[in-house]
Ligand binder design. Sequence first.
Ligand code: NAD
Ligand code: MN
Length: 545
Amino acid sequence: MLQTPPLQTSPPTTPSSRNASDARSTIECRDPATGAALGRVSVHSPEEVRERIGRARLAQRQWAETSFRERRQVLRALLSRIVDEQEAICRAAVRDSGKTMVDASLGEVVPVCEKLRYTIRRGARDLRPERRASGLLAHKKGWIEYQPLGVVGVICPWNFPFHNLMCPLIPALFAGNGVVAKVSEWSSWSSAYYLELIRSVLRQHGQQGDLVQVVTGFGDTGAALVDGGVDKVFFTGSPGNGRKVVSESAQTLTPVVLELGGKDPMIVCDDANLDHAVRQAMLGVYTACGQMCVGVERVYVFDDIYDAFVTRVTEAARNLRQGPPLEALVDVGSMTMPKQLDIIEDLLRDATEKGARVLTGGKRNQRAGDQFFEPTILVDVDHRMRITQEEQFGPVMVIIKVRSDEEAISLANDSRYGLGSSVFTQNRARGERMARRIRSGMTVVNDYGIAYMMQALPFGGVGVSGYGRINGREGLRACCHVKTMVSDRLPISAGVSVYPIKKQTYPISAAAVRVLFGSGLKQRVRGINQLVQTWAKPDDRGSTP
Ligand code: NAD
Ligand code: MN
């Protein structure tokens, strides 16, 4: 039932591999789980990117005039379409990324639906004009208005093709912007279907489909979007490319929000509910085969429960079924990028050379296909090993034994990343105390990743995990120009008049500072005396002090 028209019809010329960006005009899309060819998309040139930004900008003029009520109607219709078409949406994401239908449902559809629900319910309130104090200028009123930026550029990674496109798009549209999204070269195929879904809803509501554009290509196409004249860029990807985006944006001084990777720690205290901690660790490590920015990359387990925890997760990991997700019922899918398998192997080699042990997995799963890596449990890990520092983005549970809260926190904080994190303990006060001390954008007590499901909460990182926030009020406002407004409260046209400056002008100002800002009666009375004396003096206009 899923029809995925190519973004731009391109002649099926010579076959091209996807992971090279040298002057190729098309990207050949493949299902990473089966290797099956899915189709081709164009590599958009800088000129084509500019042209699409221009089209979005034209359509945005009409969209910017709509009320929040009208935008809510569009979002409601979009939500309803997504609910109706959820299976096709998941299938397209599965084909493009190799994850399971359940991964797609929980990781792509649910957060997008929740974001729509949040924005429909709360968006107008979050972007309502806000009165601010007018201070000493009581005759004036001051407030801020959240205006659209214009056209927002979005640069997406490949791990959640539907979510990565929709989640920045929803607040951007609600705030009155047009959107040009550059999808990843590793998950471009599904984007044509997703784009048409959004556009058809827009058209049904009398808006132009051009308001939303998708461009495809490699890093160069992303770079062309950054300096193509968009008003802000939301980049999600690796720290290395985030750095490139920031330097590209320096040319035009385009503001950038960076959602980069993570190396999320999970601390399992001696008093944790073991069943719950085991289930959450499994979810945190093996969802989407570990290809998640807030995947659990390091598990710190207290020595008292270490053996029990390791036994339980090893047993559970051994039982995970793996294979092409659309062919049989499996628990874990494939890696999306072939390169990721090399990265995981390399990190595992380094760790085992330094004394870590693989209890299960630890190698490619050739029986399942070319791009599968077995669910792996790695123990006896310490911080000399690169796997505690570099994102592995794969199905490896990295387990480290700790002996105290202090040790757990200092190891959790021994990372340049700081995106998500979690602490498991049945002592809530202890959990919150530890959570506060973990250096990361989000910390959850007794759950993994659930911060993302609370769309009212801002999401983002510290350190090399990036800056700026998506989600919640902060994320909606990040799609806005914060416009300061000042107008009259009272019909008084009083204002400071200084010209021509007289000899007593400065003494009057100095005396006024004492009266207005002096602390205590003494300073203020001195100011009043000065004012009276200065006013009493005759005008000697024109002379210098
Ligand atoms: P990536 O950085 O390789 O690519 C991301 C996107 O940037 C792609 O569309 C790519 O074409 C584009 N790009 C590459 N070079 C560019 C350049 N010079 N200028 C502009 N655009 C450029 O990342 P990836 O491998 O697709 O995704 C994995 C990374 O993303 C991981 O580090 C992961 O943790 C992170 N991630 C973060 C979040 C989050 O919300 N914080 C979510 C998902 C993924
Ligand atoms: Mn793909």
